[in-house]
Write a protein that binds this ligand. Structure first.
Ligand SMILES: [Zn+2]
Ligand SMILES: [Zn+2]
Length: 223
């Protein structure tokens, strides 16, 4: 498995950068995880539209799926030019309905609804999903192959489910949307300190933090 970070800001990007988007490559296949605003142009710098094998959306907030609306046009063009014949498999939650409808109603999108505890074989990887507490249904996901595990938190507030779900992950990609000083009770995200604690409790071998607030200094988040 090889992970490339395409975009790492939320809920809006830093100038010239993108929101959440990650390219997971395995066995010559390309899985795109989230496609937030500002990320399609960066993704297309690495692979073509027809080279995306599967799209997985943790949840349907614009900083994770905004550019999927534009991807629909690229998929149409890809079909017209004969580069892609069949629709793109898209794993996504069924809510909120308005956003889900915009994606699943498109002819070049083959929707697979994610549910809590669901397992799937995606591009030769064993994948599991777990529902996380957030403002809308949001899913953490665990990818395994060849005895290695990669876990992505999606968006989540602190909870007891994520650490066991990420048990001994080789790499944990974890949101850290706040600094503790700015976090209010009931906020729908973790802060950087909580992100570190969850990864430690999980026994993750490496932690990659993401979903960075564009106004923060990255050294403060790291501290
Ligand atoms: Zn987000
Ligand atoms: Zn969100």
């Amino acid at each position: 498995m090889k992970l490339t970070c395409i975009g790492r800001y939320g809920p809006y990007p830093r100038a010239g950068a993108g929101c959440s988007c990650y390219l997971l490559s395995h066995g010559g296949k390309n899985i795109v995880i989230d496609l937030g605003c500002g990320t399609l142009s960066k993704l297309l710098g690495l692979i073509g539209t027809a080279d995306i094998d599967v799209l997985v959306l943790s949840h349907l907030h614009a900083d994770h799926m905004g550019d999927v609306l534009t991807l629909r046009y690229a998929l149409d063009a890809s079909k017209k030019m004969g580069r892609r014949v069949s629709p793109l498999p898209v794993y996504l939650p069924a809510e909120p309905q308005a956003e889900y409808g915009l994606i699943c109603s498109h002819g070049m999108m083959d929707a697979h609804i994610i549910e809590d505890g669901m397992t799937a074989g995606i591009c030769g990887l064993d994948v599991r999903f777990a529902l996380m507490p957030h403002a809308v249904p949001s899913y953490a996901m665990r990818f395994e192959a060849d005895g290695r595990a990669f876990v992505y938190s999606g968006d989540t507030r602190e909870n007891d489910r994520l650490a066991p779900f990420a048990d001994k992950a080789d790499l944990m990609l974890m949101e850290a949307a706040f600094l503790s000083r700015d976090k209010t009770p009931g906020a729908p995200h973790v802060d950087a300190e909580e992100a570190g604690a969850i990864a430690r409790d999980a026994g993750a071998k490496r932690l990659l933090i993401t979903h960075l607030f564009p106004e923060y200094h990255e050294t403060d988040i790291l501290d």
